[in-house]
Design a protein around this ligand. Structure first.
Ligand code: GDP
Ligand code: CA
Length: 317
């Protein structure tokens, strides 16, 4: 009798770069059947095309074609189409879309207009890109994250890319997510998972918007999986991106403890970097374990090492 070698169902909850690097660590393990559930709050329309930055970052990373310098976009991509759009004075050309990248956006937009769901389209795309994992948007509905700033209410990419995350943030608005529904595929992935890993993605801009979608938070709080979250802070700094400035704007403490507090009730363990020193009263006062290990995923080997440690940790929970 042959035994199914894929014994462990792992679900990675992911935004963009931090999520993709975490998911990469679980890829191609004979014992792991991985599903990556991805944020769609950053998604928007550009030039009539649906652009899904976090899904595509995970896709390109797991397919091995990501630009290693940026952590997003296609390695070696060019921007000749964007130059034409700029010459024609098309709107929103501040959003960098590469030529190879645009091929995906064209395909996805055509499939969506023909009535396909984002889940169906991305499943086909992941298969064609040879990704050996299930890639799922948390919802098929459009629920753009809005950023309330001192210069007004901005769409996520206007704030993040056009304005380089500079306008001070007063609130991250995810109201539309509350009315959206978690897909059936995500619901069953969470219910059937053995291990759920909340990647070290931005807790406010990536994981927060996902937790706002329909019953996603309740699903995580009620599931039977071992749940582990990884801190995006190393030595009190974000590896990448606007997390620290965002915490300061929102007058939140810049600490792993404050980030973990956002996940309370959803996690059994919180992983912080080996160099961080958790305060004793933090450890004593919370219903989850605080575990230290190296968390910098500077290459695929480091991603795999972290994933291995998380698997052993989950086994002991
Ligand atoms: P984005 O959507 O591309 O901005 O990416 P995410 O939201 O998924 O991830 C951004 C967060 O990932 C940042 O706050 C980073 O600090 C964190 N991050 C990126 N790479 C690493 C890493 O190697 N280790 C850890 N611990 N965090 C990381
Ligand atoms: Ca993102």
């Amino acid at each position: 009798m042959s035994v199914d070698p894929k014994q462990i169902k792992v679900v990675v909850i992911a935004g963009g770069v931090g999520g993709a690097r975490m998911a990469l660590g679980f890829l191609n393990r004979p014992e792991v059947d991985m599903t990556v559930v991805v944020n769609v709050g950053d998604d928007d329309w550009f030039h009539g095309l649906r652009v899904c930055p976090d899904l595509d970052t995970v896709l390109y990373t797991l397919a091995g074609v990501v630009n290693p310098k940026h952590g997003w976009g296609v390695d070696g991509d060019t921007t000749r189409s964007l130059s034409v759009l700029q010459k024609l004075e098309a709107p929103d050309t501040w959003m960098t879309l590469g030529d190879a990248d645009l091929g995906l956006h064209i395909y996805r937009s055509t499939a969506l207009r023909a009535g396909g769901s984002l889940t169906e389209v991305m499943s086909l795309v992941a298969q064609k890109f040879g990704v050996k994992a299930t890639l799922l948007p948390v919802t098929d509905e459009e629920c753009p994250t809005l950023i309330k700033t001192t210069s007004g209410l901005l769409r996520f990419q206007e704030w993040f890319v056009r304005d380089r995350g500079q306008p001070a943030v007063k609130a991250v608005v995810t109201d539309s997510a509350k009315h959206a529904h978690v897909t059936a595929g995500v619901q069953s992935a969470i219910r059937e998972a053995d291990v759920i890993v909340i990647a070290p993605s931005n807790p406010f801009l990536s994981i927060g918007p996902m937790l706002s979608v329909g019953n996603f938070r309740a699903l995580l709080s009620e599931c039977s999986a071992k749940r582990v979250a990884v801190s995006p802070l190393i030595g009190g700094k974000a590896v990448k991106g606007p997390l620290v400035k965002l915490l300061q704007d929102l007058e939140e403490p810049v600490s792993s403890e404050a980030i973990a507090a956002r996940y309370e009730g959803l996690i059994d363990a919180f992983v912080i970097d080996a160099d961080e020193e958790p305060e004793d009263d933090w450890r004593a006062g919370v219903p989850y374990q605080i575990v230290q290990m190296p968390t910098l995923m500077s290459d695929a080997d480091k991603s795999r090492e972290l994933a291995t440690r998380i698997c052993s940790l989950a086994e002991g929970l």
